[in-house]
Design a protein around this ligand. Sequence first.
Ligand code: SDX
Length: 421
Amino acid sequence: MADSITITDNRTGESLEVPILDGGIDAKAWSKLLPGIWFHDPSFGATSGAASSITELDGEAGFLRYRGYPIEQLAESSSYLEVAYLLIHGELPTPEQFEAWRYEITHHTFIHENVRKRFMEGFHHDAHPMGMLVSTIAALSTFYPEARDLTPDVVMKQVVRLIAKMPTLAAGAYRHSVGMPFVYPDNSLDFAANFLSMMWKTAEPRYDANPVLARALDVLFILHADHEQNCSTTAMRTVGSSHADPYVATAAATAALYGPRHGGANEAVIRMLTQIGSIDAVPAYVERVKQGDVRLQGFGHRVYKNYDPRARIIKKTADEVFEVTGKNPLLDIALKLEEVALSDSYFTDRKLYPNVDFYSGLIYQAMGFPMDMFTVLFAIPRTAGWLSHYMELLDQDSRIYRPRQLYVGHPVRDYTPIERR
Ligand code: SDX
């Protein structure tokens, strides 16, 4: 039996055999047989938009691999900066390559003073940090006009700048929102510890993050670094396909991540758990979900029809964090919610399991991050994933994204002057 399908146009009796390659069917083949007929897939639930070698995940088996390496091994043994190198360059770095990469990232953490003083301080005191982040990332595009030059070495310079500056912009947004002075990067600290210093430093000469918390945050950064063609990565590739510069493309991806159906879910989970309020109230809430009144935030996934492998690792990391911070009281409600949901056919029939967002917010809250910073914590590491897809798109010399549509509107009709309407 050949690895192929045969499509027949019953209007003409004409048939075409199309090979199944890499788990897909090339659309150009059927376009020949069916000119002007489009396969309709509005949210791309069954459509491949790219051939990518960056991340592989399997929804049924429940595995996630970056460049072939299982996420469990990377979370156990790697660091976010090393994973960022792997995503961007395609291979794990040698010691020399890693040292050069670490040096580059560490020495590009500063942002132009105008971005801080003139731009970030211009936001309202209660501006949502995600709104500030989207805007300031786009603003960086105006500080590096060379970024419109998409030759590989110029793009790589912007990639290093963006990965390095995201924590600085993120922490700056937080400090602005609480009326605290901006904290400059400390180049003697590693990636996660430097971010925690920019977040929490007050009068002390140097902020030394708790190593357990810094490592936990670094693991969370690894887990959030990429996830193939998710909504925000698709936004990155769509904007990148017009050859917009890496900054505005990253701003577009960050904007997509902001939505509660995507990166905003970790904030929505905490609001949901707080609203439930107690273990006793869990069964009633689950009933409301089953009635369709509310969604179970942090549950469900377009691809994972099994437990999100990241959620399993996050649950383990949570225990390590709570050893230091004390247990988040909402954890018991979350565990009860998971227990009740996973024993109820409404959820198991729909293959709704905890996703990456279900437990991450509990850790962030225990570490002292305010809820409106949770999605920002997702955007920081995902920047490496977004940029690896941007570079892959350029390497593949992909055409501009321009899907077709099914027109279901009015047929042609004549304009009528307003006095006759
Ligand atoms: C992320 O794509 C990625 O890779 C994303 C991400 C990444 O790393 O980039 O993994 C990160 O975004 C994780 C998802 C975070 N979002 C949430 O936790 C929000 C809550 N989840 C849902 O809104 C929903 O599950 C989505 C958005 C995640 C998935 O949406 P789909 O694939 O469009 O799911 P669906 O609407 O087709 O659901 C199928 C059924 C429906 O019921 P029926 O109409 O068949 O009766 O399941 C139901 C849905 O109503 N359903 C839920 C539910 N999610 C789906 N019911 C209750 N609670 C939920 N959370």
